[in-house]
Design a protein around this ligand. Sequence first.
Ligand code: F6P
Length: 322
Amino acid sequence: MSCKTVAILTSGGDAPGMNAAIRAIVRLSITKGIRTLGVRRGYGGLINKDIFEMSIRTVSEIIERGGTILYTTRSPEFYTPEGTEKAVKNCKDLGINTVIVLGGEGSINGAKKLADNGINCICIPCTIDNDVACSENSIGFDTAVNTAMSMIDKIRDTAQAHDRCSVVEVMGKKCGNIALHVGIAVGATAILIPECRFDFNEDVIDKINFTQKMGKRHFIIIVAEGLKIANKVSDEIFKKTGIETRTTILGYVQRGGSPSAADRVLASKMGCYAVELIDRGIFNQVVAVKDNKIINSDLSVSVEAKRIFDIESYKKSLEISI
Ligand code: F6P
């Protein structure tokens, strides 16, 4: 029997596929003789000792479920010195050797706090935003992009029927990855994202006028939520082109639902990889994707990493949206 005890927590915004990752971690850990605890409601659960023993069967029937069976919060208390201290003390009292953190950038910063205070951590990027700098992909992104795409396919039907322009705001915090991928997938006329400067008249109005002259009668404009301009964009399009324009803020629908096959596979692989690292005694890492392979990246390096944005895809996508 191994003397290792791991605790799993999900933190920040939930992401479809978190459950599939939890399932993989619990099943492989127990198979390897590692005791596995579940922490409810993220770092808050570490502070409140809301922690329970997990078994092979506590993770049955969850691979297909969105959300997280462990619940999640954004816990400001954890980031205070007193909060961190309580969480660390509770980990020590319960004999927790390693905390596996499933979440996005903020949650990974939280793991660094634990690691700096002597608690081993392994992080798995789970966020629909796909904004974790050290990883090319995060659990939940594929599902969110597919959900947004299928919603916009429906919006297109009605935009087409009315010869309208539809401005659609998609999630992603300050990151334009969802907007970029969805925009390409739906053949948007323009994609507005925080990472790339744009000239509204040139990139939106002139583009609409130009494609209208070529026979296009309905238009889809994707706006990343981080810009906070969707309603303004709609108003300006109507004022400057006379085309009837409607705004849709897709919102939380993008975060829910059953994870896609790609997210279930990624989550299962990343979950297993995390347990393998622990089994080999390798700690304070982020499980990441690089060149389509699962790798591990040092936690301290990962929190300092700068996100690289795929500008080339962005430019190409706009060349063909005519
Ligand atoms: O990080 C995921 C995300 O859904 C972002 O796209 C969005 O900006 C944010 O969370 C919303 O946060 P909350 O759930 O706190 O409203």
